[in-house]
Design a protein around this ligand. Structure first.
Ligand SMILES: Cc1cc2nc3c(=O)[nH]c(=O)nc-3n(C[C@H](O)[C@H](O)[C@H](O)COP(=O)(O)O)c2cc1C
Ligand code: SF4
Ligand code: SF4
Length: 296
């Protein structure tokens, strides 16, 4: 079987789940044997020459790639190979499409061949917690998008839509706000009445931004706003400064939600509010393409 490497960053685990499902599905379909490679601040630079396909995957942060992801990709020697971009985020806004504009530029500059770019939807790790029925709906939708991805790779159909210049400008403007991470993390604090000193936040921060000093948890200025510390804190003890009202605490129990037969997975249909209406077009596009490929 041909070999692929999937290089990804994840803050709170969604991109990791997606990477694992791509690995499994590519293997089952006899497409590629995929090695998974997770980026942290100290991950070593790897050699891409042994791979037939290079897959990049990331969560969208403010219409861009995460800084830690960019910094790592810049260190890699990109070769004239085949590439695939897999991004995932909370909402289906078209503005998220241009998050990959730099990545696409780097691939092109190195004469790489971009096979496709796919945007999966996962529940928010910031802003607000998605209801279980929406989580189930996104799971069903993601499975359909995965079918489409596999079909297009097998049939050499390139899914590389042109990027809109206005949207690229928007991504560039939001990039400026990346300064917000280091600044905001100076306002992070731990409620010592809630903290159980489990050290999970300290041990898991991907940039080693958290340390224990004089028995107190201290945050430095290397924060990339991945939300891992506050999302997984077992006692919800971390205050995330200016973003506190947008904090989501506690992992989604995907296995339980997916198996729950009381959830019909049609949340958007039942909740046509302003925000959820945004999902209609994305759902329609995926459904239609899926029907086109598989219900002939
Ligand atoms: C700092 C930050 C910015 C985000 N910006 C966006 C965004 O612009 N668009 C979006 O759809 N989701 C956005 N999200 C939501 C994440 O993309 C989403 O929750 C994703 O599933 C997280 O992936 P992970 O679990 O692999 O870290 C943002 C999340 C964070 C923490
Ligand atoms: S994860 Fe939460 S409970 Fe554990 S040490 Fe950090 S702040 Fe305290
Ligand atoms: S301090 Fe928290 S939000 Fe910032 S990089 Fe570390 S784990 Fe992520």
């Amino acid at each position: 079987m041909k070999k692929a490497i999937l290089i990804y960053f994840t803050g709170t685990g969604n991109t990791k789940l997606l990477a694992e499902s791509i690995k499994n599905r590519f293997y089952l379909e006899n497409l590629y044997d995929v090695n998974l490679f997770e980026i942290n601040i100290d991950t070593k630079v790897i050699d891409l020459k042994d791979y037939d396909l290079i897959i990049f995957s990331y969560p969208i942060y403010a219409f861009n790639t995460p800084i830690i992801f960019d910094k790592y990709i810049k260190k890699l020697k990109l070769l004239n190979k085949k590439y695939l971009i897999i991004k995932q985020s909370g909402e289906p806004l078209k503005l998220n499409d241009t998050s990959s504009y730099k990545l696409r530029k780097w691939i092109k500059k190195n004469n790489g061949e971009l096979l496709g770019e796919y945007h999966f939807l996962y529940p928010y790790n910031i802003h607000f917690k998605y209801p279980d029925n929406l989580v189930k709906e996104l799971y069903i939708l993601n499975n359909k998008l995965m079918d489409i991805l596999i079909y297009e790779i097998k049939n050499n159909i390139k899914n590389t839509a042109k990027l809109n210049y206005f949207y690229i400008l928007n991504s560039k403007l939001f990039k400026i706000q990346r300064l917000g991470g280091p600044i905001n993390s100076l306002f992070y604090k731990v409620d010592k009445n809630k903290c159980i000193n489990c050290n999970l936040c300290i041990n898991n921060c991907p940039t080693h931004n958290i340390e224990l000093k004089n028995k107190k948890i201290k945050f430095h200025s290397k924060c990339i706003m991945c939300m891992r510390c506050s999302f997984f804190c077992p006692t919800d003890a971390i205050n995330i400064g200016m973003l506190q009202s947008w904090k989501v605490n506690g992992a989604y129990d995907y296995n339980k939600i997916i198996k729950n037969d009381n959830l019909d997975g049609k949340f958007i249909e039942h909740n046509q509010t302003r925000f959820y209406k945004l999902f209609n077009k994305k759902i329609k596009n995926i459904e239609e393409l899926h029907n086109f490929y598989f219900k002939k």
